[in-house]
Design a protein around this ligand. Structure first.
Ligand code: SF4
Length: 471
């Protein structure tokens, strides 16, 4: 009688945790928090992918990266093959690997995640991009023959860079116009160094330059040149100018010195390097008692920046509870770890200041949660008589941003919605103005980097069809 031999059970590999700086160390520096996977960790993590025939993860990726294919290449140790595979669909893999909310996109749909933790797709994407940047040869993906068609991309944030990367590979002549003195848009002015080092963004822009994309910096389209003037030179124009107009609380006292919009605070500390004093002499109040108002990723970035700038207290004042925080869980966790002090169910009523015009405090009101509102979240309801004051010298307003009217007001023929965002076809990005496309935050309002990139992909497909077939 022969004995039945059972195949040995495959050893279960746990998800590899991203190594990162200790909280007590990173609370005092602006260096990136996670270190990234080593080669060995990446190859081992890649083994966790079961190479699904119907990869659900791809359905969660707005730019349709062939996720199982690039993970398989990492598993086989072909790291250059992995980055080439990523570049086929994504011009910004080092950025996406760092700031995409993978937990609600590719990783949120990963089949392994049904019974275990999902494959660390974002960490692997970051590994492939970083490995290429640090050790790779100067490889470039194949490019189509020159078409002789010219495209202007206004704005060098995630959607503009995606459009430029797609169209240059299809043989078109692409020029990006950027209003600030460095390319990257919100990636450089809005996201702090410790979450997305500028060097990473500039290196992704360099990759586009090597492909042939031209960058015109310090060019405010709508002022230095209008869209109509661009249309005299270019066959098509893409508007990806983001939504960078700060929104304020509209409470008394917002004029006091020490009250910033998150946009200004982060631009001064990030792009203008106020954090690197005395090497950079950018003026910024280095507050000891700082309050950030809001609960999104930008609020977490602001509160964490304030601590690194030397604050003793960095309060995060949010009108709903922990459960309703719109920020990514990882960002909330990082803010808590370095000492961010949350004040939930709290709403500001007015700012207080001294005779010299400096901010000295904020008066707040306690809230409780009522019935769900239009957003589906429970509405915060004021508790009468619960007013209290907090001593602060710096306030950072981080409750969202709006459409900047500079470009839209100087461009006749563009249709805008009631909030001032550009109306564009959601599938193609076509605007009401002939030969003009738009996408990203200037169409949808502030959203994520990857959604802006997805909008850029749809527009670049439509622009290519127009340039090739005339429709
Ligand atoms: S769903 Fe998960 S396991 Fe399946 S191919 Fe995608 S990453 Fe791999």
């Amino acid at each position: 009688m022969t004995e039945e031999v059972k195949a040995p059970k495959k050893e279960k590999i746990p998800r590899h945790k991203m190594p990162e700086q200790e909280p007590q160390v990173r609370a005092h520096n602006f260096e990136e928090v996670p270190f990234g996977y080593t080669k060995e960790m990446a190859m081992k993590e890649a083994e966790r992918c079961i190479q699904c025939k119907d990869p659900r993860c791809r359905q969660g990726c707005p730019v349709e990266v062939d996720i199982p294919a690039f993970i398989r290449l990492i598993k086989e140790g072909d790291f250059e093959g992995a980055i080439r595979k990523l570049w086929e669909k994504n011009a910004l893999p080092a950025v996406c690997g760092r700031v995409c909310p993978q937990e609600v996109q590719c990783e949120g749909l990963c089949v392994v995640g049904k019974k275990d933790e999902p494959v660390a797709i974002g960490n692997l994407e970051r590994f492939a991009a970083d490995y290429q940047r640090l050790h790779g040869r100067s490889i470039l993906p194949p490019k189509a023959d020159a078409t002789g068609k010219k495209v202007a991309v206004v704005g060098s944030g995630p959607s503009g860079l995606t459009v430029a990367g797609d169209l240059v590979l299809k043989g078109h002549d692409v020029t990006i116009y950027e209003a600030l003195h460095a390319p990257g848009g919100v990636l450089v002015y809005g996201i702090p160094e410790f979450r997305l080092p500028k060097e990473i963004v500039f290196s992704e822009c360099d990759y586009l330059k090597r492909l042939g994309v031209k960058f015109e910096i310090s060019q405010v389209i709508g002022r230095s040149e209008t869209v109509d003037e661009l249309l005299e030179t270019y066959d098509a124009v893409y508007l990806g100018v983001g939504a960078g107009l700060p929104v304020f609380l509209k409470v008394p006292g917002e004029h006091f010195i020490g009250v910033y919009s998150a946009n200004e605070y982060l631009t001064r500390s990030n792009l203008m390097k106020a954090y690197d004093f005395p090497n950079y002499d950018t003026p910024l109040v280095r507050g000891k008692n700082v309050a950030t108002f809001g609960g999104g990723n930008v609020a977490m970035d602001s509160a964490r920046t304030a601590l690194r700038m030397g604050a003793d207290h960095s309060y995060i004042i949010y009108r709903r509870s922990h459960a309703e925080l719109p920020a990514r869980g990882a960002e909330v966790h990082h803010a808590e770890e370095v000492g961010g002090e949350f004040m939930f169910l709290t709403n500001p009523l007015r700012f207080l200041g001294n005779d010299d015009g400096f901010l000295t405090g904020v008066e707040c009101l306690k809230m409780e949660l009522g019935e769900p509102d239009a957003s589906g979240r429970r509405r915060p309801v004021p508790i009468p008589g619960s007013e209290f004051q907090v001593e602060i010298d710096t306030a950072i307003i981080s409750i969202g941003s709006g459409a900047n009217p500079l470009l839209t007001q100087s461009t006749p023929g563009l249709a805008l919605n009631k909030l001032g965002y550009i109306s564009a076809d959601p599938k193609t990005g076509k605007t009401m103005k002939p030969r003009v496309w738009a996408g990203g935050d200037i169409v949808t309002g502030a959203a994520t980097v990857i959604l802006a990139m997805g909008a850029g992909r749809q527009s670049s497909n439509s622009i290519h069809d127009f340039l090739t077939f005339g429709w």
